[in-house]
Design a protein around this ligand. Structure first.
Ligand SMILES: [Zn+2]
Length: 293
């Protein structure tokens, strides 16, 4: 923990942790507990303190009452119009289980176990494919697709996910272009302000860029310009990527499925959600005080 009480995730490889934030309206919650469930304010207060949102409530892109999302500095509850002092924020970090993150996760969870009511740890069994698309969604939201630099950002994020032990922040510092290099059969090489990737790695980065920016009519935007799925597949076939990965199908959607197995990975995966309940507990207390008075 740092002095601010923020959790420290620096021991985790980038790309293994995804952050979610949602606001909850306590006026709405109190309303639900007192009016709909008919509880007295005191009982409502003790119930609400114990209340732990579900994973989908904490991470959904389409929040429902009493949850909502807002970028505003002084948001109003979209359901009851209450002001900011009635709102609490839940910060949730989703950690992908696996060899590179397990030790750090166990240490973090252990350090939180003494503060059981302040932090909740939830587990979810999922698979690599679903986790990949969640990661892709978060990336799409955080990138500004109107800035050309998003292509480099997306490439860096993919490399961070694929090769978590490499310090990609340093490698991308001051970088101007990313190019494929036929001299490299695998890996990468930085030369001045240019980063050269082996053709397979470069092609996977193109696929990720395609997936982030694809639209039905126009294909996706990549470091190689706008590509439709068919054009992208043609490129991968010419470069020998499909043969090297045993992809023999001629149907573009079947090929895409196989490609997704390559970039997303396949098999089961466990996600661990660390829910920071501190602001929630604090606000519930102050809101109850004003309710009871
Ligand atoms: Zn409300």
């Amino acid at each position: 923990m740092t002095t601010k009480g923020e959790l420290d995730f620096s021991a985790f490889p980038p790309g293994s942790v995804t952050e979610y934030t949602t606001l909850v309206c306590l006026a709405c919650i109190f309303d639900i507990f007192t009016k709909q469930f008919g509880l007295a304010p005191r009982s409502a207060y003790s119930e609400i303190k114990r209340y732990s949102p579900t994973i989908s409530e904490l991470t959904s892109r389409n929040a429902v009452r009493p949850f909502f999302d807002s970028e505003e500095k002084h948001p109003r509850c979209p359901y009851c119009n209450s002001a900011k002092r009635w709102h609490a924020r839940f910060d949730t970090q989703a950690i992908e289980g696996g060899k590179t993150s397990d030790a750090a996760r166990r240490a973090l969870v252990k350090s939180l176990s003494k503060k059981a009511d302040q932090f909740a740890v939830l587990e979810l069994k999922t698979d690599q494919r679903a986790a990949f698309f969640d990661w892709l969604d978060t990336l799409r939201i955080n990138l500004d697709l109107s800035e050309e630099t998003w292509l480099l950002e997306a490439t860096k994020s993919y490399l961070e996910r694929r090769e978590p032990k490499v310090n990609w922040i340093e490698i991308f510092d001051g970088l101007r272009t990313v190019r494929p290099s036929a001299r490299l059969s695998e890996g990468w090489e930085r030369d001045g302000s240019r980063l050269f990737l082996s053709p397979p790695l470069y092609n996977e980065a193109l696929l990720v860029q395609y997936l982030i920016s694809r639209s039905h009519e126009h294909g996706g935007r990549t470091l190689e310009g706008r590509l439709t799925l068919l054009e992208l597949i043609r490129r991968l076939r010419r470069g020998g990527y499909l043969t090297a990965h045993g992809v023999t199908s001629t149907d573009q959607f079947e090929i895409l499925e196989k490609l997704l197995d390559e970039v997303a990975g396949s098999g089961k995966l466990k996600l661990y959600f660390i829910v920071d309940r501190r602001e929630f507990l604090e606000k519930v207390k102050s809101v109850y005080a004003s309710y009871a008075s």
